[in-house]
Design a protein around this ligand. Sequence first.
Ligand code: ADP
Ligand code: MG
Length: 497
Amino acid sequence: MDSTVMKPGGAAQAFLSRAKRFLIGGEFVESISGKTFEVVDPSTGNALARVCEADHRDVDAAVAAARRAFDTGPWPRMKPAERQALIWKIGELIDRHAQELAEIEALDNGKPVTIARVVDVAYSAEMFRYMSGWATKLGGRTIPLSAPGDYLSYTLREPVGVVGHIVPWNFPLLLAAWKLAPALAAGCTMVLKSAEQTPLSALRLAELIQEAGLPPGVVNIISGFGETAGAAMCAHDGIDKIAFTGSTEVGKLIVKAAAGNLKRLSLELGGKSPMVVFPDVDVAQVVPGAAGAIFFNQGEVCSAGSRLYAHRSVFDKVVEGVAEIASKIKLGSSLNPATEMGPLVSEEQRARVMGYIEKGRKEGAAVVTGGNAPNGLGYFVQPTVLAGTHKDMTVVREEIFGPVLCAERFDDDDLDRIAAMANNTPYGLAASIWTRDISIAHKLATRIRAGSVWINCHNALDAALPFGGFKQSGWGREMGEEVFHAYTEVKAVTAAL
Ligand code: ADP
Ligand code: MG
């Protein structure tokens, strides 16, 4: 544990000392109530900034601005190539301010600044660039009819309308990009609410979106709490669709809240993703892969490889290898370039994760490495490997959302039984298969009930690849071409000739 605390660069410091207001209707405005809330640096527990706090009246104002921009503004009517150019520009501006954004993200979330730079910021810029290209490529098709008579039938893909985006705290900027970029390409207008733990990067992005020159009201960005501002968005009749990433528990609340005007929903929820390791693997390749799958981003990843099933013949070597990596990961404050793992996002999250580790111990899991929260400042948890876990333990059934791996041995060569073991969860977000046998890999890939299956890798994401969950991991897909199912309505036009 390296407790060196560093200062952000000049650009990030300047942002931190500016007023942090909402972007509504093309203007930076304060909350109607005048209320603000504190943002904390999880590396130290110290206050970092104050931001405006939205309540239902600010949500009304933001929705009204988005509604005007959709119903009468230029954005949905603009030539696709003009929309493409503006979306591309947001990506360029993100790249131009990459180090500043990485520092803001690291300070706010706790993740290492080096990771924020090459993952969060780089992939956010890429998401805007990739999605900008779809603005000019979305279209319908012509459909031959069998009904008697002569007809010309074709479909149109039209924007779904005003979208409410609600994002979590684990990848604040990146998940905002996942939502804003395709909705913009589709011609929607929108209101985005960041997570109360991590509102900062979305506010800096709001400034960049203004700089890019989008028409007023197309993107509105507010900060506030889930139970107030988030709930007001989900119940709002002026919103046509909610795109949500967060917990399965809140996803279910949103389904109920959205019933009033039957708004469309896409939900990217929790996961408990298995990694299945076969006896033929090259252990030296699997070990860093599996360690990365669970410890990347402090384990605060919905698709983290949190259940490791390794065949009995390789189990000990794989678990020892992962534990050795875990014990050497450099914990430290987020701005220190030597840090490999930062603190968890909040004191509450650390307490949750430590509670799970405690339950794991009580229910009979063996702590191979880690298991403690280091003394001192910040919300740190040691990377932890639990072995001897089994399907009935809380740590195996529930999403921990922290750096905790559950490792279990299997002794079977029946693919249906192996698939049943991997599928024994209410979630279905992702899975990885580790083997050199291509038949086993592809046969098991079809049997796993999850939205992403990785072979000899984990968390391989790309703007072009659809991502989302089966079962209680959610509804719909983000990224790739598939995301446009979420942001467009299909209209069938038929002319009798
Ligand atoms: P976590 O519990 O890990 O913080 P949540 O699912 O609670 O994850 O939070 C994800 C996002 O959902 C955040 O932006 C949060 O403000 C928002 N949120 C929480 N509760 C609600 C709710 N009842 N309605 C709408 N949004 C909510
Ligand atoms: Mg919550």
